[in-house]
Write a protein that binds this ligand. Sequence first.
Ligand SMILES: Nc1ncnc2c1ncn2[C@@H]1O[C@H](COP(=O)(O)OP(=O)(O)OP(=O)(O)O)[C@@H](O)[C@H]1O
Ligand SMILES: [Mg+2]
Length: 234
Amino acid sequence: MPNIAFISPKGGAGKTTAALLLALGLAERGARVALIDSDPNKPLVRWGALPGRPEGISVHAAPTVQDIRDAAQEARRRDPDWVIVDTEGSVRGAMVFAAMRFDLVVTPLNGSPMDAIEAIKAAELVASFGKRAGSSLMHQCLVSRSPPALKPRSLAKVVAMLREQEIDILPTALVEKDAFRALFEIGGDLKALEAAGVSGVPAARRNIEAYVDAVVERLGCPAVAERPAYCRAG
Ligand SMILES: Nc1ncnc2c1ncn2[C@@H]1O[C@H](COP(=O)(O)OP(=O)(O)OP(=O)(O)O)[C@@H](O)[C@H]1O
Ligand SMILES: [Mg+2]
């Protein structure tokens, strides 16, 4: 059961969106996913309260750091295949490392050099928590609001800055899409968006598929023996 945390000291980097898209993509493949919302603003709890939440996804609130262990226990009782933790956009978000063990930590970032600096800080935080726990934690950055067409020069600079620090970046970026924003207004999954007449859903679906593939590939296809569907292509 892979545990994945979305962390960044910078607010608005795209953590909550990336956490939800991963959950939706995995649920689409038949996985059971527990989402732990450890942001006191509770954006995922709010999404979960809207109509249409897929059956395979449960949402567990952990508004303070002290609540994370309880939320994780509650989540485990549902026997999920994946646990995904969204955190608040500050250094406090990294407190989850004290409460849970993770297989992968993802730091979303937009394509500006300022973001790269914050992502480097996140990588340092992750490395220091890993060291304290006595094992290294896998950390990946994720470009979270890539423009749909041409990649701007600033993004190339960001990638170069991260590579220089030997920080990994997931090979698939999340593209800036109205559909991803609409999920938090309409609730449910991409099928719900389609039913509500939101445009661009097929492209949004392809983007999520590629993103889920990238995460699964980085984790080395966990639980492949039980659930080979995770690892199917495209
Ligand atoms: N790929 C995307 N396409 C369109 N909008 C996006 C995308 N990613 C993020 N956004 C929008 O950007 C804003 C910030 O995203 P999000 O809430 O996911 O970031 P966050 O890191 O969780 O923020 P916080 O630190 O406040 O928790 C939101 O309005 C969200 O809808
Ligand atoms: Mg958030």
